[in-house]
Ligand binder design. Structure first.
Ligand code: NAD
Length: 493
């Protein structure tokens, strides 16, 4: 029987015995089978994590040793990079070269938190009294539930796993049901490097069955979720019942603002990257092109010409520049979303079809540009999570800023201009957690990532990314205890 749940240091099958076939979205080939966990399995994993935390083997391991462990994880990932990248490419359908780039980022993430683990042991606080020693120390939160999406399966997990382990927590990871393989592989790495049993646990299965208990169970101290806004709201509301710590990395509707003085070729080229990398299935995808009116026609003509030339293909097709969407169901959602935009008056300039006949066994959807959209349209307001760029225009800087901020999301955005003063004014006004100037997509493990507004709560990466997984405790020590006299003693007359 398939045994892909990793609970208390052992590989086990789901209590129900159920499993799910995993297929590559590029061609439908079978790539594996995963146990389909239910609430009972997740409860077992939570209990294992709690026992491990209460034993304190990992929590009381010196922070420097926890950091060394993460550096060893990074080293193993370097050695097993080809195996991991292949598994990720097969589960997601993304190009192997993109999966390899993801692996580099994952290795960088473990390395960063490995080095950060013992960098901040706490601090002394001036209590204003020489008889008092007042310290602030950091402790692990406890049992952390982690729920991750399918677009960057191991990368999104790494942003949670590395800081949580650096801080001494125990955890239960629930990856997206369509892409479980690299989460299994990382558990194997942890196990082979001697992480104590029960510190890291894995449940594979659906969100509603295997995932929901992580938001509900009273023994989970924190739930960290990356995924869609609607699921994020459900998780936050379930977690509120036991007042868990909550970290949410949700969606985005990210503006890419191009001023007329921008480097034209670089801005067009990066507008393609912004919207079409990973077929737009990127939370920070720059799918709202907001371009200065005076260059709009030329800019969009060139964008469309380039978009039409993009070659789609499977993970191992060397000619391919982009891959499929994750599932038939998701492609239908992207199709309907675009169709609704067209019906509301958007002008279709290219795409909105499933690609050439030879790719018909995969879930391909051609890079799409929708021109002449207005702010109120659903394609401008809702996240599509596919390769669909909408085009809006502006004539003044103030209008560009107002348009870019007119969204319930606030994850990321970019501004393109050769005028640095304009760039800095605009970037300071954008209500988004990451702003690129004359670039799109790069991020650094050293820099915080997260959303303003409904794009999320909390930050991943950077120093804050570690703090999410720590509780601060103030220890106040009176070195000269004495009677306070606040309450009168009955012995006093
Ligand atoms: P999703 O919300 O459907 O699923 C994400 C995860 O939540 C999956 O593991 C799923 O099984 C689980 N889940 C679903 N319902 C659940 C429930 N009721 N209780 C507990 N868990 C549940 O999202 P998705 O479709 O997998 O991913 C796409 C979304 O993720 C997009 O909206 C995207 O913007 C967002 N995302 C955000 C970031 C970021 O850093 N902000 C990164 C990647 C993806």
């Amino acid at each position: 029987m398939t045994a892909t749940l990793f609970i208390d240091g052992s590989w086990v099958s789901a209590a129900s015995g159920d499993s799910r076939l995993i297929r590559c979205p590029a061609d439908g080939r079978e790539v594996g089978e995963a146990s389909e966990a239910g609430a009972e399995d997740t409860h077992k994993a939570i209990a294992a994590a709690k026992r491990a935390f209460e034993r304190r083997v990992w929590a009381d391991t010196p922070a420097a040793e926890r950091g060394d462990f993460l550096l060893q994880v990074a080293e193993q990932l370097r050695e097993r990079k080809a195996e991991f990248a292949r598994a990720e490419a097969l589960d997601t359908g993304k190009r192997l070269v993109e999966a390899e780039l993801d692996m580099d980022d994952i290795i960088a993430c473990f390395t960063f938190f490995g080095k950060l683990a013992d960098s901040d042991p706490g601090r002394l606080v001036d209590a204003g009294d020489p008889t008092v020693i007042s310290r602030v120390v950091y402790e692990p939160v406890g049992v952390c539930g982690m729920i991750t999406p399918w677009n960057f399966p191991l990368l999104q997990a790494a942003w949670k796993l590395a800081p949580a382990l650096a801080a001494g927590n125990s955890l239960v990871l629930k990856p997206a049901e369509l892409t479980p393989h690299t989460s299994m592989l990382i558990m194997d790495v942890f196990d082979s490097l001697g992480l104590p049993d029960g510190v890291a646990n894995l449940v594979t299965g659906s969100g509603a069955e295997a995932g929901a208990p992580l938001a509900e169970h009273p023994d989970v101290d924190m739930v960290s979720f990356t995924g869609g806004l609607v699921t994020g709201r459900k998780i936050a509301s379930a977690a509120a019942q036991t007042v868990k710590k909550v970290a949410l990395e949700l969606g985005g509707k990210n503006p890419n603002i191009v001023f007329a003085d921008a480097d034209f070729d670089a801005a067009v080229d990066n507008a393609l990257n912004a919207g079409f990398v990973d077929s737009g299935q990127v939370c920070s995808a720059g799918v709202r092109l907001i371009v200065e009116e005076s260059i709009k026609e030329r800019f969009v003509d060139e964008l469309v010409r380039r978009a039409e030339a993009i070659t789609m293909g499977g993970p191992f097709d060397e000619a391919a520049e982009t891959g499929p969407l994750i599932s038939e169901e998701h492609r239908q959602k992207v199709y309907d979303y675009t169709q609704a935009g067209i019906e509301e008056g958007a002008v279709l300039r290219c795409g909105h079809h499933f690609g050439p006949e030879e790719l018909s066994s995969g879930f391909f959807y051609a890079p799409t540009v929708l021109d002449e959209v207005r702010r109120g349209m659903s394609v401008v307001r809702q996240e599509g999570f596919g390769p669909v760029i909408t085009v809006e225009t502006f004539t003044t800087e103030a209008e560009a800023i107002a348009t870019a901020n007119d969204t319930e999301y606030g994850l990321a955005g970019a501004v393109w201009t050769t005028d640095r003063a304009t760039a800095h004014r605009v970037s300071s006004r954008l209500r988004h957690g990451t702003v690129w100037i004359n670039d799109y997509h790069p991020y650094l493990p050293q820099a915080e990532w997260g959303g303003f507004k409904q794009s999320g709560v909390g930050r991943e990466l950077g120093r804050h990314g570690l703090d999410e997984y720590r509780e601060a405790k103030h220890i106040y020590e009176n070195t000269e205890p004495a009677v306070t006299g606040w309450f009168r003693s009955p012995d006093q007359s």
